[in-house]
Design a protein around this ligand. Structure first.
Ligand SMILES: CC(C)(COP(=O)(O)OP(=O)(O)OC[C@H]1O[C@@H](n2cnc3c(N)ncnc32)[C@H](O)[C@@H]1OP(=O)(O)O)[C@@H](O)C(=O)NCCC(=O)NCCS
Length: 170
């Protein structure tokens, strides 16, 4: 297919070790730090797909399924699962590993949507995506439903944003 790319073309993997500055007082990783890693790897994946600048349009909920301890390795995988005209859905999976025992857990999963932008900051077209593996096809086939939910959620956010003022909090 012309102007289309495979999911694996946008595949990104990042592994690092969890050090004390990344943890809270219980010795487990800060959620905010992990969220920054998730946004970072997903943006790289979206840019690999689009070969354009991108902005994060939304992040679906991130469920922290398992704590990540100091000294664990944390591995994030990301790839584009679905594309619209200018938007890309990116799936991120986070796996932590106890490096002493080898025990691994899927600690978080997330879907993010990025929009490619042109030099004026306006949404810009992206290549279509071609799912190949079973996992890619499953994620691709369920993506439209997630996109509909996002549209609904965005409308609700816009209503709330109008209702709330912009007065400074002091
Ligand atoms: C994301 C953004 C570029 C969309 O601009 P817009 O004028 O609303 O554009 P449109 O309504 O034409 O939508 C463009 C695409 O984005 C998608 N989109 C827009 N808002 C979205 C959202 N909240 N979640 C998922 N997709 C969204 C639309 O579905 C559309 O997809 P398609 O072209 O594949 O059909 C704009 O809202 C923006 O710049 N937001 C701020 C982004 C940012 O600063 N991110 C960093 C956060 S600190």
């Amino acid at each position: 297919m012309e102007n289309s790319k495979r999911c694996r073309d946008s595949f990104v993997v990042r592994t690092s070790i969890v050090l004390p500055p990344d943890t809270n007082s219980h010795g487990t990783m800060f959620g905010g730090k992990l969220m920054a890693y998730i946004d970072d790897i997903a943006a790289i994946s979206a840019m690999r797909h689009a070969r354009k600048h991108v902005v994060t349009a939304s992040t679906d909920s991130v469920d922290f399924l398992h704590p990540i301890y100091e000294g664990n390795s944390v591995c994030l995988e990301a790839f584009v699962t679905y594309t619209g005209q200018t938007s890309m859905e990116v799936f991120v999976k986070v796996i932590a590993e106890d490096l002493l025992t080898g025990e691994r857990n899927v600690c978080a999963l997330s879907f993010l949507t990025f929009v490619a932008i042109d030099e004026n900051g306006a949404p810009s077209p992206v290549p279509q995506i071609i799912p190949e593996t079973e996992e890619e096809k499953k994620l691709y086939n369920s993506a439209k439903e997630r996109a509909e939910l996002r549209k609904k959620r965005k409308k609700e956010s816009e209503i709330l944003a109008k209702r709330f003022g912009t007065d400074l909090p002091w």
